[in-house]
Design a protein around this ligand. Sequence first.
Ligand SMILES: [Zn+2]
Ligand SMILES: [Zn+2]
Ligand SMILES: [Zn+2]
Length: 188
Amino acid sequence: MGFEPDRRVFLTRALGATAGLAAVAVATGVTEAHAAGTGAKGVNGATGQRNWRFCPKCYVMFYYGYPDNGRCAAGDAHGMAGYDFDVPHDVPENANAQANWRFCTRCYGMFFFGYPSGGWCPVGGSHSAAGYNFVLPHDVVETPNAQAYWRFCTNCYALFFWGYPEKGRCPAGGGHNAAGFNFVIPHY
Ligand SMILES: [Zn+2]
Ligand SMILES: [Zn+2]
Ligand SMILES: [Zn+2]
């Protein structure tokens, strides 16, 4: 596990809330298989992609691996805080892991691509998928290396952190609206 000198920890979150299980039908072929990445944990010992971060402005998870930081629903680019998430990809789904989560080339957010529409991108229009097919663990026990309370937003389709009383900024207006699984995302 890598040492992260700037790692900060969020401990504030709403307690006592549990996620309902929502059946989400997904059927998309996995087309990418890469050796890149450094993780060896998560789903089925999956390799993960690092540099996924929490944005303290809009609360979504976005990819921090490019020089710029995409587009935030709260204005300008995303901000970065907290854990360095290591997100499993290109492994089979199972009862506790959902596939079809993708990187948006326009806003850099993580969004669910398993519906006919692509949600609502902060840039305008729908999110645009590229890269890995991420497979997110859900409804498993939180550990020192995996953070719970990441949720799907029914309005913009992004993955956002639900653990604070306020729910960030949704490009569809207001805060994000959670539904479905309680995702537990591996991190360094
Ligand atoms: Zn943001
Ligand atoms: Zn987008
Ligand atoms: Zn939203």
